[in-house]
Design a protein around this ligand. Structure first.
Ligand SMILES: NC(=O)c1ccc[n+]([C@@H]2O[C@H](COP(=O)([O-])OP(=O)(O)OC[C@H]3O[C@@H](n4cnc5c(N)ncnc54)[C@H](OP(=O)(O)O)[C@@H]3O)[C@@H](O)[C@H]2O)c1
Length: 324
């Protein structure tokens, strides 16, 4: 495990020692620097209870992170998007997901400004494209991402989309080489279905895969059919992208999460995200370039939905039959 990440038991002991009762996920990443991330960022609450997820290598990450697909590309002013990401980090959303191909590198460049001076408080995820996996393509793509991000390592490097299964062994070798040289701390995949995961786990070191990043939200529960149970059975968390439904299908305007949110005194977005991260084996990476939205989303880390809330949400957004 990375030396600045503590496991939950050691962190709770540390909190007891220094008198904190309700540790934030932010504090987990920051604990060894002697002061919590939340405490270092003015105006941020210091006591949000943080849901966490354990990766197969033992690293503990917050169950809620931040996506950045459209950031750095003019959707909102760059300074506002940077402020949104910084606020998210201070509220416990330290996992930042990007890719070399988001805005042709613009997303990574924006992130470099956000993480400057606070790299060790951020869990950085980037991706290599399927067309980059042959020859020395993975090493070159990784170097390019590191240069744009202004860092010398990624916490997690994902294959953005599946390649033919005959290439799996070579991809895993490429990832393991990057890990051996310290360029990445862990690797995973994205958009793999269950049979592709089974194939991956059959190649040498395939079971070292840390996560599979796939779409998952109240209105897209397809992975509950077999991928989610498969990952659970293999002790591998899922990383949920488009957890609010994605740009064209957002659930936050729907009446049901809004009603439940009103009862809890929070936004519909927090309800939708709390639902996605409810079971301890899913990390959600909502994207927002708006500080007020990030603040709403961060509430999901400490929001506990009631059994009745779950029943109501299940009725409004039925999952695949037989799934749980
Ligand atoms: N691996 C893959 O193939 C893949 C594919 C898609 C996405 N991803 C990753 O997953 C991340 C998230 O997915 P996504 O962007 O598709 O969908 P999403 O997170 O479900 O939705 C993003 C949209 O929700 C809005 N939003 C966020 N919080 C809000 C709030 N509290 N109230 C109102 N609106 C809110 C955002 O607008 P504002 O900015 O205006 O708040 C944005 O338009 C991406 O950024 C990317 O990192 C990965």
């Amino acid at each position: 495990m990375r030396k600045h990440l503590l496991d939950r038991r050691r962190f709770n002991a540390l909190c007891a020692t220094i008198g904190l009762s309700s540790p934030s996920a932010g504090a987990i990443v920051a604990a060894t620097s002697g002061q919590s991330a939340a405490a270092q960022d003015a105006g941020a609450p210091t006591s949000a209870a943080g849901r966490t997820v354990k990766l197969p290598n033992g690293t503990i990450v917050p169950a809620l992170g931040q996506g950045t697909w459209h950031l750095g590309q003019g959707r909102h002013p760059a300074a506002v998007e940077e402020e949104a990401l910084r606020l998210g980090v201070s509220l416990g959303l330290q996992l930042i997901d990007t890719s070399g191909n988001y805005g042709d590198g613009l997303s990574e460049k924006l992130i470099s400004r956000v993480i400057a001076g606070r790299r060790d408080r951020v869990f950085l995820v980037s991706k290599v494209e399927a067309y980059e996996v042959t020859g020395d393509g993975m090493a070159r793509a990784c170097e390019a991402s590191l240069a744009r991000l202004g860092t010398n390592y990624l916490d997690l490097y994902l294959l953005h989309s599946p390649v033919p299964s005959r290439l799996f062994a070579g991809v895993v070798t490429g990832f393991e080489r990057l890990r051996a040289t310290g360029k990445i701390r862990a690797w995973g995949v994205s958009n793999f279905n269950t049979s592709q995961m089974e194939e991956l786990f059959r190649v040498p070191d395939g079971p070292s895969c840390a996560t599979n990043q796939v779409p998952y939200s109240l209105n897209n529960r397809d992975i509950e059919r077999d991928l989610l149970p498969w990952c659970k059975q293999h002790d591998m968390p899922v990383m949920a992208y488009s957890p609010l439904g994605g740009d064209n299908n957002l659930v936050i305007g729907d009446p049901t999460p809004a009603r439940i949110g009103a009862a809890h005194g929070c936004a519909a977005a927090a309800v939708a995200l709390a639902w996605v991260i409810r079971n301890g084996n899913v990390i959600a990476i909502p994207e927002s370039g708006v500080p007020a939205h990030v603040k709403e989303n961060a509430v999901a880390l400490s929001l506990t939905l009631t059994p009745q809330d779950f029943q109501i949400l299940d009725a409004a957004y039925p999952g695949p039959s037989g799934a749980n």
